[in-house]
Design a binder for this molecule. Structure first.
Ligand SMILES: C[S@@+](CC[C@H](N)C(=O)[O-])C[C@H]1O[C@@H](n2cnc3c(N)ncnc32)[C@H](O)[C@@H]1O
Length: 225
């Protein structure tokens, strides 16, 4: 049985009992390597999206028949695992991470899961890889440094096909977007996330909503022409 995540009671966004309940419903069987990836996140305190968001990424991708996904900030491939399942054997997930050790780990995990052939994983800055990549994407997923969120949105929005999605994690930033806590040790990042959310929600070419699960996930769909 998968160990449930420990929820930080001081920073919860939705009722912790409800969040715990949602987690109990996600204990479906998945590839065993997923549990290894989750165990590493607990051990290293590494911020993976977790099951609730992971499952939603797979469902969003399947709902729009996504075949081509770009990830800004892939860590060691946990979110890519879910997109990889969704895009199918002829699809591709372009992954990026600064840290070559993350790329090595991703290769081990995603090979074990039978998904590595669908990955194009770059140990480089996501924005650089994105500029060098050609063509449009079905989904651009942003989980990179929070200060870069507005710029990443502005570059990604141009390259999402009509009907495609922009998805970003941590957009409620443990509630700092509304509380503006005096002890906010990350004010620059909080300001960047608020600007990012505002830019998206007022963009006439996209429809957007925020799913408050975990730390908040924004989903914006490019309107059809
Ligand atoms: C929150 S973690 C990503 C977690 C991953 N999406 C998951 O759920 O498994 C952010 C990762 O992005 C990387 N990162 C942050 N900004 C980046 C950038 N601009 N280019 C490349 N990697 C970046 C960091 O090294 C870190 O491993």
């Amino acid at each position: 049985m998968t160990q449930l995540p420990t929820i930080d009671r001081s920073e919860e966004i939705i009722n912790p009992a409800i969040e715990q309940y949602l987690y109990t419903l996600t204990q479906q069987s998945d590839h065993p390597v997923l549990e290894e990836m989750e165990a590493l996140a607990r051990e290293k305190n590494f911020p993976i999206v977790g099951r609730l968001v992971g499952i939603s990424l797979e469902i969003y991708a399947k709902m729009i028949g996504a075949r081509r996904v770009f990830e800004f900030g892939s860590g060691y491939g946990y979110s890519a695992y879910w997109f990889g399942k969704a895009v199918g054997a002829d699809g591709e997930v372009v992954c990026t991470d600064h840290d070559p050790l993350n790329v090595e780990r991703a290769q081990c995990y995603l090979t074990a899961a039978g998904l590595w052939e669908r990955m194009r994983f770059y140990a480089d800055t996501a924005q650089t890889v994105f500029r060098q990549a050609t063509g449009m994407f079905d989904i651009c997923y942003n989980d990179a440094n929070k200060s870069d969120y507005p710029d990443i949105w502005l570059m990604a929005r141009e390259r999402i096909r009509p009907g495609g999605l922009y998805i970003a994690d941590n957009v409620l930033w443990h509630g700092r977007v509304v509380t503006e806590k005096e002890d906010d040790t990350k004010p620059k990042r909080t300001r960047a996330i608020k600007e990012h959310n505002w830019l998206i929600c007022k963009d006439p070419e996209f429809d957007a909503f925020i799913n408050p699960t975990r730390d908040g996930v924004i989903v914006a769909r490019r309107k059809m022409a």
